[in-house]
Ligand binder design. Structure first.
Ligand SMILES: CC(C)(COP(=O)(O)OP(=O)(O)OC[C@H]1O[C@@H](n2cnc3c(N)ncnc32)[C@H](O)[C@@H]1OP(=O)(O)O)[C@@H](O)C(=O)NCCC(=O)NCCS
Length: 167
């Protein structure tokens, strides 16, 4: 399994990874144009010659970005691929000098294991204004907000964050 930057001809494969979640109302859709315009913000996991996982980093401003659209093909789940994708997304945020990495998720345990801390989405007005306010699920949101506290991890980084080679 290899984690690397996404290629333009992989956009359909990326969207297919979370199409069922979007259809079920558990993840927000991402359009082809949106992904193409920000392809540098996407990472994929490749295994057996196919794209089996993806994640994106959405930048709000110079100090805050968000991990979004994390998905792994059902046949490949439970082997640490999502965790590896999140680690690489953290490495990318660090490389770009963005000190706070936010996530809204139902898979809080996965993120807590990687060092994220629970927080309140209300503490991130950038997120609330841009995504929560227009979200059709805002009145029944069951996602947990977590933040990666770089300052607590500074002594350990970057050794325990990047584990895969980006191409
Ligand atoms: C969540 C998801 C990305 C995990 O992928 P993965 O490669 O299996 O994850 P890892 O192997 O690195 O870690 C597994 C951990 O993920 C968590 N997890 C997996 N699926 C989960 C789910 N549906 N809800 C909550 N937590 C989940 C569990 O904590 C699990 O830990 P466990 O082994 O102790 O049970 C994958 O199940 C998926 O694509 N789900 C659909 C999309 C989604 O929910 N994305 C998250 C949006 S932030």
């Amino acid at each position: 399994m290899n984690i690397r930057a996404a290629y333009p001809d992989e956009i359909d494969a990326i969207r297919a990874l979370f199409a069922d979640e979007v259809a079920a109302g558990r993840m927000l859709p991402r359009t082809v144009d949106e992904i193409r315009a920000h392809l540098d913000d996407w990472l994929v996991a490749e295994a057996d010659g196919a794209v089996v996982g993806c994640v994106s980093l959405v930048r709000f401003n110079g100090t805050l970005c968000e991990i979004r659209s994390l998905a792994v093909h059902p046949a490949y789940r439970g082997h640490g691929i999502a965790s590896a994708l999140v680690r690489e997304a953290l490495a990318l945020a660090r490389q770009r000098g963005i000190p706070r990495v936010l996530v809204l998720t139902r898979a809080a345990k996965l993120f807590e294991r990687l060092g994220f801390r629970r927080d309140f989405v209300a503490n991130f007005p950038e997120k609330v204004w841009r995504d929560c306010a227009p979200c059709p699920f805002r009145h029944a949101c069951d996602e947990v907000a977590l933040i990666y506290p770089w300052h607590e991890h500074d002594v350990k980084e970057p050794a325990d964050v990047p584990t895969y080679q980006l191409s």
